[in-house]
Design a protein around this ligand. Sequence first.
Ligand SMILES: [Zn+2]
Length: 158
Amino acid sequence: MDRTGDCWTWVGPVRDDGYGGSRVNGKKFIAHRLAYELFVGPIPQGKQLDHLCHHKLCVNPEHLRPVSGRVNQQNRKGANRAGSSGVRGVHWHSGARKWRAHVGHQRRTYFGELRANKELAEADAVELRLLLHGEASTADLCRLMQIRLEDHERKNNK
Ligand SMILES: [Zn+2]
């Protein structure tokens, strides 16, 4: 699951469909589509962006691949069949029936809180990795996204 490297987890607003995104000045945006357009280029017409990492809030352009709608559905089914959370560092606690972040560091495993919501457990995992390994750069990314987002809007409003 982890072979494509670290996810860049969107920490901004989340839409009803589970993807990151919101409105800026009345204009809608979807975080991972915007990231792809900013860092890679225009999304081919009629294509959806498939998350290779199966993580809806990931905006790492290296994890995004334009596909037809049907392929995207198949990939999602495959992720469910594997039985894992599909998210790095997040495990299902069957006793509590909740999700929890597990992050290993120097032969110890550090646990996040028990969470009813998988996305919250995932945020814990990202935070723990950041604290323990100095890994990931969610804050940096968001700062970058904010700046780019403003540039993007400014350009469109001309
Ligand atoms: Zn990812």
